[in-house]
Design a protein around this ligand. Structure first.
Ligand code: 5GP
Ligand code: ZN
Length: 115
């Protein structure tokens, strides 16, 4: 846990969030400012600031986030209609919270390329 990290506080239950997934390695919860009818974030329970900090030991963890997000996409009924998984990294990637998170966006047609 990083003391001043927002998502560490959500993982610790110190800041409330609407959970959509919870297991030993990761937590999934709804984004506070949804950009699509379904917008959830999947975060490792252990603090990792940005994906560039990941080591080979984090490979399984990163795959785990994708697997959890896809499981929720299935549960929410958007697996076949479609969804998007996004991980923003650092300044040009638009990362604003420095605790790794995978966005799950679904429920409307998503345009490409992104802004
Ligand atoms: P980023 O821009 O870093 O990829 O995404 C950060 C996301 O965290 C944004 O979509 C933002 O709406 C979301 N967010 C920021 N603060 C909170 C919060 O306190 N609770 C929740 N559930 N989401 C948050
Ligand atoms: Zn953190």
């Amino acid at each position: 846990m990083s003391a001043d990290c927002l998502f560490c506080k959500i993982v610790a239950g110190k800041i409330p969030a609407t959970k959509v997934h919870d297991d030993a390695l990761c937590l999934g919860f709804l984004d506070i400012s949804p950009q699509a009818p379904l917008h959830a974030l999947f975060v490792p329970k252990r603090h990792l600031a940005t994906v560039g900090d990941a080591t080979t030991e984090d490979r399984e963890l990163l795959g785990h986030l994708m697997f959890a997000a896809t499981k929720v996409a299935r549960e929410k009924g958007v697996l076949d209609s479609g969804f998007r998984l996004v991980m923003n990294a650092n300044r040009d990637g638009g990362q604003t919270v420095f605790h790794v998170h995978l966005h799950l966006l679904a429920g409307r047609p998503l345009t490409w390329p992104p802004g």
